[in-house]
Design a protein around this ligand. Structure first.
Ligand SMILES: [Zn+2]
Ligand SMILES: [Zn+2]
Length: 346
């Protein structure tokens, strides 16, 4: 059977034996899931039952950050064979609409994304995907690292939106996994050694500062001090928000130099206020970034394989599938940065 970790309804999780689905067509592969990280969105669905307009209306398998081993392949699969170790890109776009054809398939209105209602996620013994959404892991990468490719691809996509050039100054808001990975990816792309630790420490420090002073800080003073302490001159070239917090968004707009680029990755309150005048008078480029698209998974795998990003450092615990609930509790308590859940054992 296909043991699955199911969000039954808000606040209610359970393991459930489900039938093993059949391959849906000749391009499908069946993956035996080996590692899954739970994500902030999983915890959010568990606690609130919805994110934006996505609402949990029927029991749904959680999880979307997974790696595994190919166990069965469709008749027309040419790029994978049984036994291959893969990381899974867990969203299947329609491939026919204009946004899909424009290589922005992450924005496809018909996207079927794991653990986004109504689609089941990857926290199960088996998961099914078309072959092109399963990326073979290089020998040097472990299956544990394979599960980190998903959040790393989110960071890659955000940093790519900002067109970070060598030597650019990048300020990242939010010290969760995606924010920390944005620091690491920016550093790798900037090609500047010795900056990463400072970047990570800075991200942590900044998040702590803003969580101690919610709402009451003068955004201008905060941005100015941030600029002075980091010798940003006229301001940062790039600001990436991976927090969704209003105070971070406001600060991000103010910390930028004229002509700088702002990228929104974090999702918090639906509507926030920030200085649209600063956007105008500094002629800022303000962009959004959502999930990942063409080439992001490949670059994420390369960054891990070349050890330019050591994402495994973010993992603080590995639990058995039976203990997945504990991983969720830890996530809720913000206990540790990332917890890996091992696949179902025989
Ligand atoms: Zn995630
Ligand atoms: Zn589409």
């Amino acid at each position: 059977m296909n043991l699955s970790f199911v969000l039954e309804k808000v606040q209610s999780l359970r393991s459930e034996d489900r039938p093993i689905p059949q391959l849906r067509d000749d391009h499908d592969v069946q993956v035996r899931v080996k590692f899954t990280e739970f994500c902030g969105s999983d915890v959010h669905y568990w606690n609130c039952g919805e994110i934006g307009h996505f609402k949990v209306q029927q029991p749904m398998v959680l999880g979307h950050e997974s790696s595994g081993i190919v166990e069965q392949i469709g008749a027309k699969v040419t790029t994978l064979k049984v036994g291959d170790r893969v990381t899974m890109e867990p969203g299947e776009p329609c491939r026919r609409c204009d946004v899909c054809k424009a290589r922005t398939y992450n924005l496809c209105p018909a996207m079927a994304f794991a653990a986004t209602p109504p689609y089941d996620g990857t926290l199960a013994k088996y998961y099914f995907l078309p072959e092109d959404l399963c990326y073979k892991l290089p020998d040097s990468l472990s299956l544990e690292q394979g599960a980190l490719v998903e959040p790393l691809s989110v960071a890659v996509h955000l940093v790519r939106q900002a067109n970070v050039s060598p030597g650019a100054s990048v300020v990242v808001f939010g010290a969760g996994p995606v924010g920390l990975l944005c620091c690491a990816v920016s550093k790798a792309i900037r090609g500047c050694e010795g900056d990463c630790r400072a970047g990570l420490e800075f991200a942590r420090k900044f998040a702590a500062t803003s969580s101690f002073l919610p709402g009451n800080v003068s955004v201008h003073d905060n941005a100015a001090r941030l600029g002075v302490e980091n010798e940003l001159g006229n301001g940062a070239d790039v600001a990436i928000d991976a927090s969704g917090a209003e105070v971070s968004i406001k600060t991000g707009i103010h910390v930028l130099r004229p002509g700088g680029t702002y990228v929104q990755g974090g999702m918090g309150r639906d509507e926030v206020s920030f200085s649209i005048t600063a956007v105008c008078t500094k002629q800022l480029n303000v962009k959004g970034g959502f999930r990942y698209a063409t080439g992001d998974y490949k670059l994420a795998i390369e960054l891990l394989a070349t050890q330019k990003v050591k994402a495994l450092d973010l993992v603080t615990d590995i639990v058995k599938f039976e203990d997945a609930q504990r991983a969720f509790q830890q996530g809720k308590d913000r206990n540790g940065i990332k917890t890996l859940i091992a696949g179902v054992e025989d």
